[in-house]
Design a protein around this ligand. Structure first.
Ligand code: HEC
Length: 108
C-alpha cells in the first residue's frame, strides 16, 4: 500500500527531525511529552511550532490562546482542547522575567 509507506516514511522523518532538534540547537518542533501528538496535529496545521513555542503563558492564558485559535479554525473538541492547554501549560510556562526593580543577578 503506497500511501501507507509514504505516511510511515513521513513519520520516521519527523521523528528523526525531532531527535536532531532536541540536540544543541533550539528545538524548532514542539517539546515531547504527553499531549504532544494532539497538539502537533491540531496546532501545526496553520503555522510552525515556533509560533507556538515563542509564547510562554499561564494556563489561563493558554486556554484563551487555544480558544482564539479554535475561532481561527483550529479543529479540537473540548477534550482535545483540555489536553492541549494542559500540554502547553506544562511545557511552555511563563518565564520569570525580572521586573525593572529587581537588580540583575551578578554575572558569573
Ligand atoms: C486555522 C489555522 C490555525 C490553527 C489550526 C492554529 N492557529 Fe495559531 N495562529 C493562526 C494565525 C492566523 C495566527 C497569527 C494571527 C494571530 O495571532 O491572530 C496564529 C498565531 C498563533 C500564536 C501567536 C499569537 C501571538 O499573539 O503571538 C500562537 C501562540 C498560536 N497561534 C498558537 C496556536 C495553538 C496553541 C494552536 C492549537 C490549539 C494553534 N495556534 C492552531 C492560525 C491558526
Amino acid at each position: 500500500m503506497r500511501v501507507g509507506w509514504l505516511a510511515l516514511a513521513a513519520t520516521v522523518t519527523g521523528m528523526l527531525g525531532l531527535a536532531v532538534a532536541s540536540g544543541a540547537e533550539p528545538a524548532s518542533d514542539l517539546p515531547p511529552g504527553p499531549g504532544h501528538d494532539v497538539t502537533a496535529r491540531v496546532c501545526l496545521e496553520c503555522h510552525s511550532a515556533d509560533v507556538v513555542t515563542r509564547r510562554r503563558l499561564s494556563p489561563a492564558d493558554w486556554k484563551d490562546m487555544v480558544d482564539v485559535m479554535v475561532n481561527h479554525g483550529a479543529k479540537a473538541d473540548d477534550k482535545q482542547k483540555a489536553e492541549i492547554v494542559d500540554y502547553l501549560s506544562r511545557t511552555l510556562p511563563p518565564v520569570a522575567t525580572p521586573d525593572k526593580n529587581t537588580p540583575a543577578p551578578p554575572a558569573r
